[in-house]
Design a binder for this molecule. Structure first.
Ligand SMILES: [Zn+2]
Length: 374
């Protein structure tokens, strides 16, 4: 079995020590593939004098060249011709720029056991049919946003009876229809089947506030769930305390906190992160996380806040083996959480200023031999 598939089909999704050897082999194979197929990536490795054969221990993962996610917004970096890719997706691009990430067929195959294992572990998968209210974009062939694909995929975690979208496609653009979604929730509360609300946390927050202001509270059927994906930053919303959001969801929709799921991921790192019952994102075996000093990029010890560096050998169409996000966060030992998941937990605390990230991207561009990227 190829090393990537061996890692993604491993049966224990949070047993990092048991998967270390598989992860290292898959990372070395992935890096060698990108060096052979992506001239830009090969140039970076050459300038940093990095040879994937030197990956022997988990400490060595820190030496893999780290590409800032901003680089994928400025450069089309691929390791495969487009005709061989399964699909291409983009980040949401609120600032007008977005990453273009190609997916190969093998990455989609590897995602299947990851999503099934973690979906079962976090009780997202159910055989009971459910109605879906998506507080996000209606899919369309011209919409390549990763988050649209993710939310649509999440509607299949139980047999979908219906789908209602809060952002509806009209011609070439989207119009928000939160009122339509609110009407759907009122109608579905009378259904014998549960409802799944899938969406951006900011949309849920706005929707709950509006409903509550109008005195329109509903009681969704027992077994109804809320699945939050896409993060807060997509729509420039003020982040509210999670406890306030969860309390409002219970007051307005009748969904208790243990039926609210929070997901984390990025188009440049499409690993399926699920919040544990204590709202922490434990690192699954498909991923390794390093926290780096924003100035020196040196890896930081547990508990210290720095730039989040995500590593996964999932993708071969795009060299996203090791990417630097523009998020700040810290790691904690898994056993400190108390939920029973043993792997370290990642907490995201915010974003760094764009100027810092530009500096980081400019450095990477220099390595590509392209000079300043602004
Ligand atoms: Zn936990």
């Amino acid at each position: 079995m190829p090393s990537r598939q061996a890692l993604f089909w491993h049966p224990r999704p949070y047993d990092l020590p048991a998967s270390d050897a598989l992860f290292l082999r898959a990372a070395a194979d992935n890096c060698a593939y990108h060096i052979a197929h992506c001239p830009g990536y090969a140039a970076i490795c050459r300038r940093l004098d990095f040879d994937p054969k030197s990956l022997r221990s988990t400490e060595d993962l820190a030496r893999i060249p780290v590409l800032p996610t901003l680089l994928f917004k400025r450069e089309a970096l691929f390791s495969m011709p487009e005709r061989r890719m399964a699909m291409r997706v983009t980040s949401s691009g609120t600032s007008g720029t977005f990453s273009r990430i190609g997916f190969d067929w093998g990455s989609l195959l590897a995602e299947v056991p990851m999503v099934l294992r973690l979906g079962a572990r976090h009780r997202l998968i159910s055989g009971v049919p459910a109605h879906c209210v998506v507080l996000g974009y209606q899919p369309h062939r011209d919409n390549h946003a990763g988050v649209t694909r993710t939310m649509y995929g999440l509607t299949f975690f139980s047999p979908p009876l219906s789908r209602t979208y809060a952002l509806q496609r009209r011609g070439t653009s989207y119009i928000p229809d939160l009122d339509g979604a609110a009407h759907a929730l009122e109608r579905l509360a009378a259904s014998p089947f549960p409802t799944r609300v899938i969406g951006f946390p900011s949309y849920l927050w706005f929707g709950l506030q509006q409903l509550e202001a109008l005195g329109r509270t509903v009681r969704l059927r027992p077994g109804s769930r809320i699945i939050l994906a896409g993060g807060w930053k997509e729509h420039g919303a003020q982040e509210v305390a999670k406890s306030a959001l969860y309390a409002a969801a219970e007051r307005v929709l009748g969904v208790p906190p243990d039926h609210i799921h929070e997901l984390f991921g990025a188009v440049e790192h499409p690993v399926f992160y699920n919040a544990c019952p204590n709202h922490r994102f434990h690192v699954p075996i498909y991923s390794r996380v390093l926290i780096r000093d924003p100035e020196t990029l040196a890896p930081l010890p547990m508990g210290e806040v720095g730039l989040i560096n995500l590593i996964s050998p999932l993708m071969t169409a795009t060299p996203t083996l090791s990417v630097m996000t523009d998020d700040l966060g810290y790691l904690e030992p898994g056993d400190a959480c108390g939920c029973g998941i043993p792997s370290p937990a990642l907490t995201i605390v915010g974003r760094v200023g764009m100027s810092d990230i530009r500096t980081c991207a400019a450095g990477a561009a220099e390595l590509l031999g392209k000079g300043e990227m602004g």
